[in-house]
Design a binder for this molecule. Structure first.
Ligand code: ZN
Ligand code: ZN
Length: 345
């Protein structure tokens, strides 16, 4: 049986934290269940999941649909699309069975790249490599999740580019799963014939999806979030605090309103870009705050001189979980403004 290899290349950067990653996780389950009901897909499809943030890695190696189990999606810092593209090409070099005189090799692999932001690394070399060796051998589907996804990076090598940006996040992920499932199904039916990857008409008409055609539709809107990484003082695990931009900036600095804090697992660092990050935001731009999602301490937004943000129970002394120095937090009627390192998103 000739295989149809499918690679899901998923953005697991900080901006995906919370509802997005939960919906993506659920969407993956739905996608697998839907494909398993299709006898053509069941016979040919092999799935692999690759995650990328600051680094890229395989979360699930190429496995036949019947035995595929959707992996847990971690979160990291950064959106390295170039690294992700190189990783999937390395996987294909290793995985794909080529046709020889004795055997028929795999069908053209389908590579779905899903991102909600813009690349934070250099993509030039990876794109050159794709053009030189993979353009004829694989199909790339470039999917933007939300208005802030920059589709222009991969558009020149993509066989299909589209954006999902319904206001209703649940519908976005439903549409994502349906578009991917229907294109895999139709490709597994048309095996052997050179058919272009296409979007199901019905799905296009329910307007959660737009095909990006001109450069205006490809570029992203300005980032709307401020994300800060903190470390729980008690359990020593990371968390992310998220603020959303409020209104249009007419003069001065943008103002961000608090959305929430999300607990992260230990592997956050493994998936993060560890180059120094110089992007900062002023504390006066961040309105509101909340408690620590790990230990429940009421203030998740205390900052040490070393730059580390961590949780505290209240005013007084606390030891920084990063540099171990004693910090004192008192009430400051002036509301001192300080600069905080922003996560890459
Ligand atoms: Zn805590
Ligand atoms: Zn410190």
């Amino acid at each position: 049986m000739r295989r149809l290899p499918v690679y899901l290349v998923i953005d697991i950067s900080e901006s995906m934290v919370g509802e997005n990653i939960r919906q993506m996780q659920e969407g993956m389950n739905r996608l697998v269940n839907q494909l398993r009901r299709d006898p053509y897909a069941l016979e040919a499809v092999y799935l692999s999941v690759i995650g990328f943030a600051g680094v890229a890695g395989t979360l699930a190696p190429l496995t036949e649909l019947m035995n595929f189990y959707p992996p847990r999606l971690p979160i990291g810092s950064g959106t390295s699309i170039g690294t992700a593209l190189n990783h999937v090409m390395d996987c294909m070099d290793k995985d794909i069975i080529l046709s020889t005189a004795e055997q028929k090799g795999d069908w053209k692999p389908l590579v779905y790249v899903m991102s909600d932001g813009s690349s934070t690394d250099d993509t030039g070399k990876a794109i050159q490599r794709w053009k030189a060796t993979f353009k004829q051998r694989a199909k790339l589907i470039n999917i933007g999740i939300g208005k802030f996804a920059d589709l222009s990076t991969l558009n020149e090598i993509a066989d299909l580019t589209y954006r999902l940006d319904d206001a209703d996040i649940e519908r976005v992920y439903q549409a994502l799963c349906e578009t991917i499932a229907s294109s895999i199904s139709s490709q597994s039916r048309s095996l052997g014939l050179e058919t272009p990857v296409s979007l199901n008409k019905e799905l296009l008409e329910n307007n959660a999806i737009s095909l990006a055609k001109n450069s205006e539709e490809l570029t992203a809107l300005d980032e709307n979030y401020a994300i800060v990484m903190g470390l729980c003082r008690k359990v020593k695990l990371p968390y992310l605090m998220k603020w959303e931009r409020f209104g249009e900036v007419i003069f001065g600095d943008a103002e961000y309103h608090y959305v929430g804090a999300y607990a992260l697992e230990k592997d956050y660092e493994d998936w993060s870009d560890n180059r120094p990050n110089n992007q900062t935001i002023k504390s006066s731009q961040l309105i509101g705050g909340g408690g620590c999602p790990h230990c429940g301490a009421p203030f998740a937004f205390a900052m040490c001189d070393c730059g580390q943000v961590f949780c505290i129970d209240g005013l007084g002394e606390a030891v920084c979980p990063k540099c171990q120095q004693d910090c004192f937090f008192g009430f400051d009627p002036e509301g001192d403004d300080f600069e905080i390192n922003r996560a890459r998103g």
